[in-house]
Write a protein that binds this ligand. Structure first.
Ligand code: RP5
Length: 176
C-alpha cells in the first residue's frame, strides 16, 4: 500500500491536534494517508478539488473531521461513493453534540460512518478505516488482531498491578 489509502480532511487547522491521534495510529498500521484542510462552508470549491485529487491519488477511504455545524463529512460523502468516516469534534458551547448530530443525522442515501466525539473518535476512525481496508488487504487483519490482543493485555496488566498494590474494585468503591 504505497499509494494514498486514506484521505483525511479536517475543517480547520484548529482540528489538527485531535486528528493527530488518527494519523499516529495509521502510521502504526503502516497505512498511507494524506491530510488536507478544507471547509464545507468556507472553501467549498477547494474541498471538491481535494476530494477529486484524493480519489485520483488512490484514496480508498475518507476520514473527515470537523466541529460546530459540521457539514464536512456529509459533503465529502455526497461527492464520492467511497466510504466516509466522520469524526465530530468538540467546541463550545455544545461540546461536540452539534457536530455529532450534523454527521449522524445524514439523510437516507448518503451515509457517513460517524464515530465518537473527539480523541476517541479520531482513534476509532483510524481503526475503522483499517478494518475497511482489511477486506481488501488481508495483511491488515493480522495487525488488527495483534492490536486487540495488545490492548487486552495492557488492560489485564493494569488490573494485575492494582491487585499487587492491594487495591481492589471493592475497596476503591468504599472510599469516600
Ligand atoms: C469547523 O469550525 C472546523 O472544523 C472547526 O472545528 C470549527 C472552528 O474552526 P476555526 O474557527 O477554529 O477555524 O468548521
Amino acid at each position: 500500500m504505497n499509494k494514498i489509502s486514506v484521505a483525511i480532511i479536517v475543517g480547520s487547522d484548529s482540528d489538527l491536534a485531535v486528528i493527530a491521534s488518527c494519523a499516529k495510529l495509521l502510521d502504526e498500521f503502516d497505512v498511507a494517508y494524506s491530510v488536507d484542510i478544507a471547509s464545507a462552508h468556507r472553501t467549498p470549491e477547494h474541498l471538491r478539488k481535494i476530494i477529486s485529487d484524493s480519489s485520483a491519488a488512490g484514496a480508498e477511504v475518507f476520514i473527515a473531521a470537523a466541529g460546530m455545524a459540521a457539514a464536512l463529512p456529509g459533503v465529502v460523502a455526497s461527492e464520492t461513493t467511497l466510504p466516509v468516516i466522520g469524526v465530530p469534534l468538540e467546541s463550545n458551547p455544545f461540546m461536540g453534540t452539534d457536530a455529532m448530530l450534523s454527521m449522524v443525522q445524514m439523510p437516507p442515501g448518503i451515509p457517513v460512518a460517524t464515530v465518537a466525539v473527539g480523541k476517541a473518535g479520531a482513534v476509532n476512525a483510524a481503526l475503522l478505516a483499517v478494518q475497511i481496508l482489511a477486506v481488501k488487504y488481508p495483511s491488515l487483519r493480522s495487525k488488527l488482531e495483534s492490536y486487540r490482543s495488545k490492548m487486552a493485555e495492557t488492560i489485564k496488566e493494569k488490573g494485575k498491578q492494582l491487585r499487587e498494590l492491594g487495591i481492589s474494585h471493592y475497596t476503591t468503591r468504599q472510599k469516600p
